[in-house]
Design a protein around this ligand. Structure first.
Ligand SMILES: *[C@@H]1O[C@H](CO)[C@@H](O)[C@H](O)[C@H]1NC(C)=O
Ligand SMILES: *[C@@H]1O[C@H](CO)[C@@H](O)[C@H](O)[C@H]1NC(C)=O
Length: 536
């Protein structure tokens, strides 16, 4: 356990900003990315049994150039499948940035409902992550902008489409309905070998953020892009609107901040005041050393930015996983962890300094077990990783931090410095409008209403990603399931005895909707079939 924590911490700080501007943590947005860490119990691991297989994929679905293929890994479980003749459904989990095994074993909900649906489960891995590496290995795949150029959302979606079409053909299950799931919990085992799983921009450990987002977004997009491939999608915590100016750029940090404010306004204020206190301390003689001591880092800090990034990540991650019961997937945390952090911050002895309070609070996140002796910040820049690449090409998610509502340092997203960082890192220029051009986003309501169907957008309002998602029903089949006290795709986690009623109800609603999609689909199939027969 302790080693897990340490790993997590090591993961921290990779990309300590190369940018010239003063504090802009590189893509401030990558806050979203971050560290995933330790596989944590998402239910009983032994209950996740699957076969691991490989499928030969096109490197480029959109040209006919004779490029080498690559091997896409997928996991499959057919224990409960009722089979092709019964139109047994296929549940496809859209793999995201990371090792697919980790995601598969952290999506207990899908495993739990498979028997009820008689469903086949498949978990195809996302290209360029885990074992699904083009060019034979990670090093070649991540070599430069040319080799990375096939790491795009469109290619990944096409992988899923080609994969499931082929799988159905092999199983003679062309008529079986496919339901998509997206949601994930970051996680990976050990730092080095699972580098690919992580997107460390600024350092720190919110891996979860991103995969969370990418994955879930993929399920929704897949449904929109390939309506003939899948009959519906459950997109849990999918911020499909976190692009361009679709939602205000302060949304994410405002929600994080509110999660703290609702617990305690003095806690909120202490955090808000701490950023200046950190800078002031850092400017003193031996200040960085003193800070390293206060925060128990194993080695001296190089800059106060490193510390701020470390804290920033902890708060953001806490907001995502502010779950009603104790959980342990990135970090072992108590139930309602923000309440606990604020209890420490507010409850410190009256002569404690701001920074001592902050340390006491953040220790709930980084060291709940109390086993970590000192914290590591790995500031060895490692720009070439999958999420960073995606953030520098299509996934430009502007993030700012407002002066009024945020407890973070005021920050305005600055596209030109973002772009410059991308150029310096990858030799690539982002195309911030491409995602919305390709997949939509502007006035999504009208669009989805008139041509979409069968998507569940599930969100917990404590999750800062909920601000970029769809929070109201758009039609009778494009449904928002919103829970006020929910966190980041809590619904996809395995059920536990401590599940509050609203969570149980949310999952039940999801099951009912999916049942309805499948029922409707089957009725239509049967109708087609009898029509066919009667025309003979
Ligand atoms: C990237 O590496 C490949 C293979 O070594 C090479 O052919 C290509 O020219 C390189 N591209 C860039 C942009 O450096
Ligand atoms: C379908 O079968 C072919 C031939 O055995 C195999 O090469 C391919 O990988 C299979 N497709 C999937 C998705 O497993």
């Amino acid at each position: 356990m302790a080693s897990h924590l340490v790993l997590l911490l090591i993961i921290s700080f990779v990309f300590s900003t190369s940018s010239s501007s003063p504090s802009p943590r590189f893509p401030r947005q990558t806050l979203q990315s971050r560290a995933r860490t330790q596989p944590s119990r998402g239910g009983d691991r032994n209950s996740y049994r699957y076969e691991t297989k490989y499928f030969s994929q096109q490197l480029d679905h959109f040209s006919f150039a004779d490029l080498p293929k690559f091997s896409q890994r997928y996991l499959i479980n057919s224990d409960h499948w009722t089979g092709a003749s019964e139109l047994g459904p296929i549940f496809l989990y859209c793999g995201n940035e990371g090792d697919i095994e980790w995601f598969a074993t952290n999506s207990g909900f899908i495993w739990e409902i498979a028997p009820k649906f008689g469903a086949l489960l498949v978990f195809p891995e996302h290209r360029y992550y885990g074992e699904s590496m083009p060019y034979g290995n990670r090093e070649e795949a991540y070599k430069n902008a040319t080799t990375l150029s096939y790491l795009t959302t469109e290619q990944a979606l096409a992988d899923f489409a080609v994969f499931v079409t082929d799988l159905k053909r092999n199983l003679s299950a062309e008529a079986s309905p496919v339901v998509l799931f997206g949601g994930s919990y970051g996680g990976s085992k050990s730092k080095k070998e699972s580098y690919e799983c992580f997107f460390f921009f600024l350092g720190v450990s919110l891996l979860l953020l991103i995969d969370a987002m990418l994955l879930t977004v993929l399920a929704a997009w897949m449904r929109l892009k390939y309506p003939h491939i899948a009959i519906g999608a459950l997109a849990s915590s999918a911020p499909i609107l976190q692009f361009e100016d679709l939602v205000p750029p302060q949304t994410f940090y405002d929600i994080v901040s509110n999660d703290f404010k609702r617990e305690s306004s003095s806690c909120f204020s202490t955090i808000k005041d701490s950023w200046d206190a950190i800078i002031a301390e850092g400017e003193k003689e031996n200040g960085l050393q003193q800070l390293s001591k206060t925060f128990h880092f194993c080695r001296a800090l190089n800059s106060t930015d490193d510390l701020s990034g470390w804290l920033d990540s902890a708060y953001s991650y806490l907001a995502m996983v502010d779950y009603p019961y104790a959980a342990d997937f990135m970090m072992p945390l108590p139930g309602h962890p923000i309440k606990e952090v604020c209890r420490k911050i507010d409850g410190a002895s009256s002569d404690a300094s701001i920074l001592e309070r902050i340390y006491a609070g953040v220790s709930v996140y980084y060291n709940y077990t109390g086993k970590v002796g000192c914290f590591e910040l790995d500031d060895d820049p490692h720009g070439l990783d999958g999420w960073n690449w995606q953030a520098c090409t299509e996934m430009v998610m502007p993030m700012s931090s407002s002066q009024e509502n945020s407890m973070f340092t005021t920050y305005d997203f600055n596209y030109s410095s973002y772009k410059e960082d991308c150029w310096n890192t990858f030799g690539v220029n982002p195309r911030p409008r491409w995602v919305t051009t390709e997949l939509g986003g502007h006035d999504i309501e009208t669009t989805l209403k008139s041509f979409g169907s069968n998507i569940i957008f599930s969100n917990g309002l404590l999750d800062p990603w909920s601000g970029g998602s769809v929070l109201k029903n758009l039609s009778s089949t494009i449904v928002a399931l919103v829970t006020e006290e929910g966190g980041h795709h809590l619904d996809l986690r395995p059920s536990t005895p401590e599940d509050p009623k609203w969570l149980v109800e949310q999952r039940e609603a999801e099951i009912r909707l999916i049942q309805e999609w499948i029922r409707t689909y089957r009725l239509e199939k049967v109708a087609q079939f009898s029509l066919l027969k009667s025309s003979w």
